[in-house]
Write a protein of this length. Structure first.
Length: 165
């Protein structure tokens, strides 16, 4: 595994773990699927989206895991259990591990092997984008949980100590 892939794996494991804790912090399954005025996606949808995104772009494309993404379902689902959603996030951890394992420096310098919205940035840059995309939606889910529940506490998220591997 390249140094970049190892670092990305640390970040993605940490942030997916944070997302799992965020989902588990919802008081019940129904609240996971609620939104507020002006907010289109529930925390459940955001969790399914980041799990599907990483399982597809890292697991299936880079790791040949066989995962088939249903992006429309990620945003259309409006009910389900917290256990189901956390299982998807845990599957994303496993598939990210597979996808990052075989990366070489040459592969990271090449264009990402799949055009995304008509573009093929270098694989290195696209993987960094996927990490920040996850963090963006994690933050949205955390704020949405707090707004819906009135609970001000964080879930013990993105600690610097977790960067030590």
């Amino acid at each position: 595994m390249t140094p970049l892939a190892a670092d990305l794996l640390i970040l993605l494991r940490r942030d997916l773990g944070c997302f799992i804790r965020e989902v588990e912090a919802f008081p019940d399954d129904a609240t996971l699927w609620r939104t507020l005025p002006g907010v289109r996606n529930s925390a459940g949808n955001l969790a399914l989206h980041v799990a599907g995104n990483l399982r597809h772009f890292v697991g299936a494309v880079l790791g040949a895991t066989g995962y088939v993404r249903d992006r429309d379902r990620e945003f259309a689902q409006r009910e389900g259990g917290r256990a189901e959603v956390t299982a998807m996030l845990k599957a994303a951890v496993r598939e990210v591990e597979v996808g990052l394992q075989g990366l070489t420096e040459a592969a990271l310098a090449e264009p990402y092997p799949l055009a995304v919205m008509g573009h093929q940035p270098p694989a290195r840059r696209f993987l960094l984008h996927l990490s920040t995309h996850l963090a963006f939606h994690l933050g949205q889910a955390g704020y949405l949980r707090r707004a819906l529940t009135g609970e001000a506490g964080a879930t013990g998220g993105m600690g610097i100590a977790d960067l030590m591997g």
